[in-house]
Ligand binder design. Structure first.
Ligand code: PFF
Length: 446
């Protein structure tokens, strides 16, 4: 029976929701371009190792705390802290997590708004509304503001409906569609002239880069952002998992889905970029690197779709549908973190909490839209490069150094009674205690 605070009704529902949170713009946009500019398969190789050796243990830490406490991030961290000092630390980390994820959502919503605008562009063109199509694809404050609001309204709507009827229902619809669209796009793009060069750029390793600190930092940042770690998202989703579930198994399935979809996305984006090159589109910037920032999504790929004739309209439509779905399943997980806190800690009604907190985030997004140049990069850098790794570090400290080892074991045993004799329990406690915190700090100070 679902508990009063909501629970995922099935393993599939949780997997779609958690992988929906993990699979986002970071996978489809960030991962492939990071790989291409960091030694191709050498990056892929390092990423796979870091994802399973560091990000997976950190993901497990959040899932275990969440399911044990069955509460929002602040209450959950406090409940595993025995002393006054550790409880103070718990409150601080919980709050910083809630603030960080809200700021991540504020910039994520802007980029997601662009994705919706570009999604409507091919529809406008099919309908012969060329003026509208042009407006949709031109970077302007009005367009950006309207689409941020639209995107946030969708996000608030889903979160208002709750865990099972909102998050689970929508993720279970959207994630399978995302996988089908991604597969179809790969199958099409891979047949086009130039695609082979893209695959080579992506998959042929340049092992001279493997010890490059920049590669390590990028791969680690990518892995943490991609698994939505450090900000309480996975903790809160973990708090809605049934006590009958086997946590190590579902955690590894989420990591596999996330990594798998990132790797697949590389098989779409890199070939598409080289097909664009083949069609006369500029794909390198002045310094000779691949265009990876916003230019990739809002100019290189649309330019490619324009060179494809009538088919290009459908390819553009499918591609931006893919991006919009990926963003939405991530944004709902972000909004759920402060909403869960508002509902449980301040007794707010869920719908009111979703609308109130969602509106505040939207306002912050609008402030960024109106002051894009000074604010956007600043917010991205502080949240993802400073706050997120430090919070990830703190979660590891909580689970490995503050929480009692026996309580952790008891928690995992529910749904996985044989855990003590398995490989997971032999390795994981050591990892979160020593390897993860040290590695996060080393990479952080790089
Ligand atoms: N994992 C998402 C992505 O790869 O795009 C981003 C993200 C989602 C970050 C949720 C943080 C978060 F709490």
């Amino acid at each position: 029976m679902a508990s009063a605070r909501g629970e995922f009704s099935s393993r599939f529902g949780f997997l779609m929701a958690a992988s929906g949170s993990a699979v986002g713009l970071g996978n489809i946009w960030g991962f492939p371009t990071n790989a291409a500019s960091n030694g191709g398969a050498a990056f892929l190789f390092t990423y796979l190792i870091l994802a399973f050796a560091l990000a997976y243990p950190a993901l497990m830490a959040e899932l275990i705390i969440g399911r044990h406490a069955r509460a929002n991030a602040v209450t959950a961290l406090r409940s595993i802290s025995p002393g006054q000092k550790s409880r103070l630390l718990a409150t601080t980390v919980g709050f910083v997590g809630i603030l960080t994820v809200s700021f991540i959502l504020s910039f994520y919503a802007i980029v997601s708004g662009w994705m919706i605008a570009f999604f409507f562009d091919p529809i406008a063109r099919i309908l012969g509304m060329d003026g509208l199509a042009q407006w949709l694809t031109e970077d302007a404050v009005l367009r950006n503001s309207l689409f941020v609001v639209l995107f946030m309204v969708f996000t608030m709507y889903i979160i208002s409906a709750g865990v099972k009827d909102g998050i689970e229902k929508w993720a279970s619809r959207l994630m399978p569609s995302l996988i089908v669209i991604l597969a179809l796009l790969i199958l099409y793009v891979i047949t086009l002239p130039g695609a082979g060069d893209g695959l080579r750029a992506y998959l042929v390793p340049d092992f001279s880069r493997i010890a490059d600190p920049a590669l390590l930092v990028d791969a680690m940042g990518q892995a943490f952002f991609s698994l939505s770690l450090g900000v309480g998202t996975m903790l809160v989703y973990g708090s809605y998992i049934s006590k009958k579930e086997n946590l190590p198994t579902i955690g590894s399935l989420v990591a596999l889905l996330d990594v798998g979809i990132a790797v697949l996305a590389g098989m779409l984006i890199l070939p598409a970029m080289y097909v664009a090159l083949n069609n006369g589109v500029q794909i390198f910037d002045e310094s000779g690197g691949l265009i990876a920032g916003p230019g990739l999504i809002v100019s290189v790929l649309p330019a490619l779709f324009n060179t494809m004739g009538a088919v290009g309209v459908f390819v553009a439509f499918a591609f931006f549908a893919l991006m919009t779905i990926a963003s939405l399943t991530s944004s709902i997980s972000m909004l759920e973190v402060p909403v869960a806190y508002g509902v449980e800690h301040h007794g707010l009604e869920r719908r009111k909490a979703a609308i109130a907190i969602g509106s505040i985030v939207t306002l912050v997004s609008l402030v960024i839209v109106f002051n894009f140049d000074p604010l956007f990069d600043l917010v991205v850098t502080y949240t993802t490069e400073v706050s997120q790794p430090l919070l990830g570090f703190s979660f590891c400290i909580f689970v490995a150094w503050i929480w009692k080892r026996n309580d952790i074991l008891e928690e995992i045993k529910q749904g996985c009674p044989e855990v003590e004799s398995g490989l997971f329990w032999k390795i994981w406690p050591f990892y979160v205690k020593f390897i993860c915190p040290v590695a996060i700090l080393v990479v952080y100070f790089q």
